[in-house]
Ligand binder design. Structure first.
Ligand code: GDP
Ligand code: MN
Length: 397
């Protein structure tokens, strides 16, 4: 589950990570009030107005702007709130901005003593360890740095059994070229950042930029935080931070129905039981010259109601040109699933305009095939995997 910058910063601050302070605002009036409050609290005269959407590269898309007085705070926030922000990380349509973060300006004018670093904490799946990735080249496209000057990105692996060790934090501060107060501040920053990552059950923290101010403070100016979905049951305070407006609406709807659905770009919708079979089915579709339009695991109970819900979800995606149903009847018998499919099809009337290929394998597979073949509906049945692939190819051509 991804969070907004202001929510990520809230979490960081709660673990003692220094952040660029800010207040979230829903409209220009709130923005001005927030700016006044920040001036009282921090003494800042200038403010940065930052669009809160789940996408990076906001600066490049005009979603991060500096305001030098309250009038500019009002003007800029009325510009940004409600805009469709297009960044290198959004789709071509962009993302609607519902709120802005009014933040203290932490880059003092004409200041050459500030530096922007990059730092992220994430899991290295290959080694089973956490890692901190960091670079002196922060503030800009880290992807570009990784592409052109990969030697400028450092990685520090952390054994979850020992946690971050003191020498590791010092090594990071050293490699970032720091000394004196800034060095000490950085070791504290790294330690609290790592603690926040572990104790919030996050799967990713990305802080770009981490700023060294001219008075040698180290702080998070941006925060991209992703909490592990599987931990949300025990992190209720973070689960509440979920903003459904930022998520794919079809996925949200499927989630509410208890369907494991991931939207993809292809043309063949799939309805499968079991994640492994779903992956294999996606391979099958590719081998047949198609592209999967989704990943969908309907789970163990493939009855008529569930099959119908799944069809409706799959068909919300306009790109779907055919549907492949691939269900293994182990506990659930194939004939029951077949009846479910026929019933769902009839219930949906002409909502289904694309060809459907059904492969049922397992208990009572032959009876199931008969039910499908005798239904009189535009459903193609298959028993073997290859047969299903051939039929996908046939209907796509
Ligand atoms: P992103 O573009 O979505 O990654 O958003 P960021 O929060 O990283 O902000 C983009 C850029 O805005 C940063 O790299 C900074 O250069 C700039 N920025 C952020 N905060 C301040 C600030 O307090 N003052 C000034 N002058 N610039 C800032
Ligand atoms: Mn950033």
């Amino acid at each position: 589950m991804n969070l907004h910058e202001y929510q990520g910063k809230e979490i960081l601050a709660s673990f003692g990570v220094r952040i660029q302070r800010g207040i979230v605002a829903l409209n220009p009036k709130e923005a001005v009030d927030a700016a006044k409050k920040l001036t009282e609290d921090t003494g800042t005269g200038w403010h940065v107005i930052k669009a809160q959407v789940h996408a990076g590269g906001r600066g490049k898309g005009g979603g991060v702007k500096l305001a030098k007085n309250l009038k500019e705070v009002e003007e800029i926030s009325s510009q940004i709130i409600g805009m469709n922000l297009i960044t290198p990380q959004t789709s071509a349509e962009g993302k609607k901005v519902h709120q802005v973060l009014i933040a203290e300006d932490v880059y003092y004018p004409g200041d050459s003593e500030t530096s922007e670093f990059y730092m992220s904490v994430l899991l290295n799946r290959a080694t089973g360890k956490n890692m901190i990735m960091y670079s002196t080249e922060g503030g800009m496209d880290i992807e570009e740095v990784a592409e052109n000057t990969p030697h400028l990105i450092f990685t520090e692996e952390i054994d979850p059994a020992t946690g971050l060790l003191g020498f590791q934090a010092r090594k990071i501060a050293f490699n970032l070229g720091l000394s004196g107060t800034a060095f000490k501040e950085m070791t504290k920053f790294v330690a609290s950042l790592y603690k926040a990552y572990v104790e919030s059950d996050s799967s990713m923290f990305e802080i770009n930029p981490v700023l060294k101010t001219s008075d040698d403070k180290i702080m998070a100016v941006d925060a991209k935080v992703s909490i592990d979905d599987n931990a949300l049951y025990r992190r209720k305070q973070y689960a509440e931070m979920r903003d459904l407006r930022e998520e794919n609406p079809i996925e949200v709807e499927a989630g509410a129905l208890g369907l494991n659905y991931v939207d993809l770009d292809g043309n063949v919708g799939c309805m499968v039981n079991g994640a492994g079979l779903a992956m294999a089915t996606m391979d099958l579709i590719k081998m047949a010259g198609g592209e999967p339009a989704n990943f969908l695991d309907v789970g163990g109970t493939a009855d008529a109601k569930r099959v119908e819900e799944a069809f409706r979800i799959i068909l919300k995606d306009d790109g779907v040109k055919a549907i492949l149903v691939n269900i293994f009847g182990g506990i659930v018998r194939c004939d029951r699933v077949a009846n479910g499919i026929v019933e769902a099809y009839k219930n949906m009337g002409d909502a289904i305009k694309v060809p459907i290929i059904v492969r049922l394998q397992g208990t009572n597979a032959e009876i199931a095939k008969e039910i499908i073949d005798n239904s009189g509906l535009a459903v193609h049945s298959a028993v073997q995997f290859q047969e299903a692939a051939d039929k996908v190819k046939e209907v796509l051509s």
